[in-house]
Ligand binder design. Structure first.
Ligand SMILES: [Zn+2]
Length: 92
């Protein structure tokens, strides 16, 4: 079982958390996006392997959202961070 360190609650079992999305995904502006662009964003994004930034939710704990820098092949977690810090700075 993978252990995840919530920035507020500390280290807990993976079963307390939910994966939300790629933390680097840039959502289209819903006021101006057309149907084809929205479809592409929702259904045609890359599913990358390896180290990436992800959004997670501590649904069985504090209920907060946070970021994880994780290798999806080895499941090694390099860092977790509150959404408010500059965790993703420099990520393209
Ligand atoms: Zn928590």
């Amino acid at each position: 079982m993978m252990l995840i360190t919530c920035p507020w609650c500390g280290r807990r079992a993976q079963t307390e958390f939910s994966y939300i999305d790629d933390a680097t995904a840039r959502r289209p502006n819903m006021d101006s996006v057309n149907e084809a662009e929205h479809f592409k964003f929702v259904y045609e994004r890359d599913s990358r392997r390896g180290v990436q930034y992800e959004l997670w939710h501590h649904h069985a704990g504090c209920g907060k959202f946070f970021k994880i820098h994780r290798d999806t092949i080895t499941h090694e977690i390099h860092a977790t961070s509150k959404l408010s810090n500059g965790f993703l700075e420099g990520v393209k």
